[in-house]
Write a protein that binds this ligand. Structure first.
Ligand code: FE
Ligand code: CA
Length: 510
């Protein structure tokens, strides 16, 4: 890319993000929606070399069901090769239907690979803000930059990390789940949910609307295409397949809640129309390629897993975790993943998933504990995955995870206790955007866990996101953190940088 192009592009990042970020200053609990039809912003995602999905939802009264008439409404869309929307290359009319909360997901085709596009929508005499997006590369690619993030509990803090992310120079954002939290509101927090835990479609919709009204989140969506996957809180904390957290409702009842939650998720994410749920089922696992540089396997570790074999808290390991029928991915997804890894010829094979894969042995009061909602509770399933990676001689695996509201970095081995075994890949776990509030410095707390687990290289308890720069020779990961989220305006810094050299598995501190 030529320098003037890059400069123009960077200028555009500022232009796209400046307005919403200014609006963020002084944000309190809930911003009035002021009746605009595009109150939830715009988004794009699922990048292909020739296309992209663009998204919006019409909602004049977003916190109360949307406030739109109970009829289909026309939305005109435009995709342009320039930021002023003067070189429109694709346009059309989509129908926003009340049964999908007047959300639209437009798969745009016929675009050029690896270049920026701008898009906007018109409806009801109003025009949306302009979003910027980027198609995937085809063939050779020598540099790819993206950020990944997870866990954005609205009540626990401001989305300052997204303000900073929106200003980065990225090709993509990857979100690994906990986009919303289902919990009812608690007083005394920086921001507020409404009173009740979400269980119905209306309640989930209103919750997404609350989150999506955040100007910093809107800015990050408007600046880059996203690839998203859910974790547990999009439905309920630590649920597993059709089992609720505490076994309080029957699987049949829980599937009704899951259907409502999955539909609201689909409605609010820039997903392909093919992802549309059927009842309580929705296929979210999928694979995206970025030239011959990286293949990103987006996994679903919630919908098909067996109930946590040893329970869902920190506990000593039980025999059931070793039983071969314990599964994290379900048989079909597991086979799809293994086949994909066997066939993949990209420089880097990447898993975008939710709960930590690496072993995390915790010593507490003389007991050895593991966090059983994670792959640590599904040892047989993890052994199958890492065993397959070892069998096919893969030496370029990178795993991206979220969920635990802290940053961890470590190497993956077939048996974590045997440091003489070859390293099979590296796992980067991102911290949360806001969940658990301000956090703490790495000197304290679970720092000890890193000492107990020789494959671990890093722990940090601050909020933020992980920025990756990928080239054919090297994977680089910068842990970007903010010192606080319980009030707005925190600066961002790079807390630590790690590199993996291709062909030489094992992470190094840069
Ligand atoms: Fe979370
Ligand atoms: Ca989670």
């Amino acid at each position: 890319m030529s320098d003037p192009t890059r400069r123009r592009m960077l200028g555009q990042v500022a232009a796209v993000s400046a307005l919403p970020i200014l609006a963020a200053c002084g944000t309190t609990a809930v911003r009035p929606s002021d009746g605009r039809v595009f109150s939830l912003g715009v988004a794009s995602g699922e990048p292909l070399p020739d296309g992209i999905v663009i998204w919006t939802r019409l909602a004049r009264d977003p916190l109360n069901g949307g406030g739109m008439p109970n009829t289909p409404l026309k939305v005109r869309w435009e995709v342009s090769a320039d930021e002023n929307m003067t070189e429109v290359v694709r346009s059309g009319v989509a129908t926003a239907r009340p049964e999908f909360a007047h959300a639209i997901h437009v798969p745009v085709h016929g675009l050029q690979p690896h270049r920026w596009y701008w898009y906007r929508f018109h409806a009801q005499g109003e025009t949306s803000t302009v979003g910027r997006t980027r198609t995937a590369a085809a063939g050779g690619l020598d540099r790819f930059r993206f950020a990944f993030a997870s866990c954005q509990h609205y009540e626990m803090g401001f989305y300052t990390a997204y303000e900073h992310m929106a200003r980065e120079d990225l090709d993509l954002v990857v979100h690994l789940g906990d986009y919303i939290y289902e919990y009812g509101g608690k007083f005394g927090r920086p921001r507020q949910h409404d009173a009740f835990e979400t269980t119905t479609l209306d309640e989930y919709r209103n919750r997404y609307a609350l989150y999506k009204m955040d100007p910093a989140l809107q800015a990050a969506h408007a600046a880059f295409p996203w690839l998203v996957a859910w974790d547990d809180h999009e439905v309920q904390n630590n649920y597993a397949n059709d089992r609720d957290q505490r076994g309080e409702t029957s699987p049949k009842m829980f599937r009704q809640r899951r259907a409502a939650a999955y539909q609201a998720y689909y409605e609010h994410m820039p997903l392909r129309p093919a992802a549309q749920p059927r009842g309580a089922d929705m296929q979210l696992y999928r694979r995206y390629e970025f030239g011959n540089l990286l293949t990103l396997n987006m996994l679903d570790t919630r919908q098909y897993r067996t109930d946590q074999p040893c329970g869902d808290k920190k506990r000593p390991l039980c025999d059931a975790a070793l039983a071969p029928d314990a599964t994290m991915l379900g048989l079909t997804q597991e086979r799809w993943l293994h086949d994909g890894l066997s066939r993949d010829r990209a420089a880097w094979s990447v898993l975008g998933q939710q709960v930590p894969l690496m072993e995390r042995e915790i010593h507490r009061h003389g007991e050895v504990l593991f966090d059983m909602d994670k792959w640590d509770g599904y040892v047989a399933a993890r052994n199958r995955l890492l065993g397959h990676v070892a069998d096919i001689g893969k030496r370029n695996l990178i795993v991206l995870s979220g969920d635990v509201h802290a940053a961890w970095v470590g190497d993956l081995r077939q048996d974590f206790k045997k440091a003489y075994l070859p390293v099979l890949g590296t796992e980067f776990i991102c911290t949360s955007i806001s969940s658990k509030g301000d956090g703490w410095d790495s000197k304290k707390g679970p720092r000890r866990i890193v000492d107990m687990n020789p494959h671990m290289r890093f722990y940090n308890g601050r909020r933020g996101y992980t920025r990756c720069e990928v080239s054919p020779r090297q994977w680089r990961a910068d842990y970007r953190t903010v010192p606080y989220v319980t009030r707005p305006g925190a600066p961002v810094k790079t807390e630590a940088t790690f590199v993996v050299a291709r062909g030489r598995p094992g992470v190094e501190i840069a």
